[in-house]
Ligand binder design. Structure first.
Ligand code: GRF
Length: 198
């Protein structure tokens, strides 16, 4: 059966910082590479620069500040409440630096996507670029995957590879990977939208 795209899948994007992946998704939508609508950008940090980029483009923004909650469960409940107000088809983690509870992840089951800066299953967790250099990997990259209760686990949607060069440090390698991330995330979202005819 050929998937028919009825158009305008609703995306809620979660960020914690600069939001360059969020901007790349927006650019793909503007350039009609991706038939979707960012209905909200939500940050756990009030000072996330990506909130300004989103508001400048008239996208609804919200902050659910994790420092205002006693524990992970109460933060995750408040976050889910904020997300669900926008009735998303997909929830996109884009540099969202919080570990989520199993209840939160299960609530979104196959609607929750993450981008991780490594070729998973290699280098789960933090400092992926330095770890790839230290391990003398010939190549490194990024992965878009569905989120499950296990950290940086879950079914892989797409990956992009880059070479690791002899004189790379974590910064130069991160920069090379980020260029790929900005293509990879819109492509992965497009793939899911097409497969599911969202
Ligand atoms: C990216 O490298 C992403 O892979 C990681 O955090 C970074 C976020 O960057 N999860 P940005 O906020 O999208 O610019």
């Amino acid at each position: 059966m050929t998937a028919v795209n009825n158009g305008r899948a609703r995306l809620v994007i979660l960020i914690s910082g600069r939001g360059s992946n969020m901007v790349s998704i927006l650019k793909a939508i503007d350039e009609k590479q991706l038939d979707a609508n960012i209905v909200a950008v939500i940050s756990n940090r009030p000072d996330a620069a990506g909130l300004i980029s989103a508001a400048d483009r008239d996208i609804a923004t919200a902050v659910v500040d994790h420092t205002q909650y006693d524990d992970r469960n109460s933060f995750d409940s408040a976050l889910a409440e904020s997300i669900d107000r926008f009735n998303p088809d997909l929830v996109i983690l884009a540099g969202f630096m919080r570990i989520l509870t199993a209840d939160f992840v299960n609530h979104y089951s196959d609607k929750l996507l993450n981008i991780h800066p490594s070729l998973l299953p290699k280098f789960k967790g933090l400092n992926t670029h330095q770890r790839a250099i230290d391990a003398k990997e010939p190549e490194h990259g990024a992965t878009v995957h569905f989120v499950t209760a296990e950290l940086d686990d879950g079914p892989i949607v797409l990956q992009a590879k880059v070479p690791v060069l002899v004189d790379d440090d974590a910064k130069t390698l991160a920069k090379r990977v980020l260029v790929e991330e900005h293509q990879l995330y819109p492509n992965a979202i497009k793939k899911i939208i097409q497969e599911r005819a969202l």
